[in-house]
Write a protein that binds this ligand. Sequence first.
Ligand SMILES: [Zn+2]
Length: 166
Amino acid sequence: MMSRIRSRDTKPELVVRRYLFSRGLRFRVNVSRIPGHPDIVLARRRAIVEVRGCFWHRHSGCSAATTPKSNVKFWKAKFRRNVERDRLHEEMWTKAGWRVFVVWECELRPAIRAATLQRLFDAIVAPASPLASVSSRRFVYPVPEDETTFMIAAEPEASPAAIRGS
Ligand SMILES: [Zn+2]
């Protein structure tokens, strides 16, 4: 029995949020003003982080992305919708000038969690750095006019320009 809050603040997402916060990054969560309601929005760094469950979002090649044996048609249709929606959102965000980083749930298992989080952090603060399994797309577009609306919980003004990468 999961309450509404529990299901929204899924544990993997909390792990990522706590880590980014501990590294000094500031962000907003479940931003309803951006279509698709991205999980984590770092406005100043033009970055969106999505934390995805491997089963529901069909992590390609992942052993957790199984298909239930019954109601196969139902599940396949559902999965297809999820994947399609994810792709549309990513496209929308990148076109609007956001860098999009996807963290898969399986990448947060204890054995590799620290490495995944470190890589994510590096990617966020240093956009040009090469990435392995954290996907990154970088587009240079004008900042949308409503940028300021995301600055309410913004990073401190003092954050060094040198590591912002733009
Ligand atoms: Zn996976």
